[in-house]
Design a protein around this ligand. Structure first.
Ligand SMILES: [Fe+2]
Length: 358
């Protein structure tokens, strides 16, 4: 594979404006990021865990500062729309839009505290009160709620016109668990890893660890590498040598025969590109731990040596390395989707918008 193919896949994760299926308004310009950062600087520290009260002042203030986001909002009747506005070590901030009938489903925030403020329209929040009983409240422009790490809620469009809201979480969201409401209370159903806004749009600057590492890497040459270390092209070729990769139609046939499609793309990429219905989402960072039958963190239904796992990424590069790693830990049937999600979509196979966040 050529270097350009790598950077192309990288670019589609980092720069959604270059991706097909892009929602208008996606992406926050550097100038806008700076203005948002300047607003936040007066409200909360740049690092450390923020209190619900600090998060409330962030969402309330940003909801008022319409010039920072109002031209970015997209109201889509089919897909609940959201946009990462900011990310630091201490918090992430999102802009969300709501249309009639749209809601988040019951979820928690994976240990993060949070707040949201309504800027337009109204939202209806159902939530689990401390005693375990369910309660609800309607929020209108200028109102905000703030909550600690144990909060579980279902937020919905509150009726009448379009609604817009600002949400903030600290530490930045990394996982959310979805719940089913039953006669016995809320029962955890599924945990989804959240990779959150990444790279250039959320953080940066000359004093970050990333910037320092980049500067240091720029001074290295390939002479500094140990003898015999394979380059990424060789590593990929080696991994592909052992795989019978599947084109989308062949993958669909395998799924019908009981294979499992595992989507390792980060949330941000799934939001931009969409998802495959029925695919299991497992973050690349936890893949082996979830699928190794010997791992305590395994998903028992999937971590079986006789299960055919088909790994999917965006374009079919990262998925090859992931599938090779699964084969090394004994999942002899593991393979990957040749061409990734983009080939699946181009083949006209079923897709849907990414699972919602709120
Ligand atoms: Fe939420």
């Amino acid at each position: 594979m050529s270097q350009s193919a790598v950077s192309q896949e990288h670019a589609s994760a980092q720069d959604p404006e270059s991706s097909a299926g892009l929602k208008p308004g996606w992406g926050v310009s550097p100038e806008r990021q700076q203005a948002i950062q300047a607003t936040l600087a007066d409200l909360a520290p740049h690092s450390g865990r923020l209190t619900p009260g600090q998060l409330r002042s962030i969402t309330t203030e940003l909801a008022k500062r319409r010039e920072l986001w109002s031209d970015l909002v997209v109201h889509d009747p089919d897909v609940r729309w959201y946009l990462p506005l900011h990310r630091s070590n201490s918090c992430d901030v999102w802009l969300l839009a709501w249309e009639r009938g749209q809601d988040t489903d019951w979820h928690d925030h994976g240990g993060s505290s949070g707040s949201f403020a309504v800027a337009d329209g109204s939202l209806l929040e159902q939530y689990r009160a401390p005693a375990g009983r369910l309660s609800h409240r309607r929020l209108v422009p200028g109102q905000a709620v703030a909550f600690g790490p144990g909060h579980v809620h279902d937020v919905a469009h509150g009726g009448q016109g379009s609604a817009t809201s600002i949400h903030a979480y600290s530490p930045p969201l990394t996982a959310m668990t979805y719940y089913t409401s039953t006669d016995y209370g809320l029962i955890a159903r599924q945990t989804v890893a959240i990779d959150g806004p990444e790279g250039g749009r959320g953080r940066g600057g000359a004093d970050t660890a990333l910037a320092m590492a980049s500067a240091s890497a720029a001074r290295l040459t390939s002479d500094a590498l140990p003898d015999g270390a394979p380059g990424i092209d060789e590593l990929l070729a080696e991994a592909r040598g052992g795989l019978r990769r599947l084109r989308p139609e062949a993958a669909l046939a395998a799924l019908t025969d009981g294979a499992i499609l595992v989507d390792i793309r980060p949330l941000e990429q799934r939001i931009v590109e969409g998802e495959v219905p029925g695919a299991i989402i497992i973050g690349r960072n936890v893949l082996e731990w979830r699928l190794d039958p010997r791992s305590e963190a395994r998903i028992p239904a999937l971590a079986r040596s006789d299960m055919q796992i088909i790994v999917m990424c965006s374009q079919g590069y990262a998925s090859t390395l992931a599938a090779a790693s699964l084969r090394r830990i004994g999942l002899a049937e593991a393979t990957d989707l040749d061409g990734g999600f983009q080939a699946w979509r181009a083949a006209g196979l079923p897709t849907r918008p990414a699972q919602s966040l709120g």
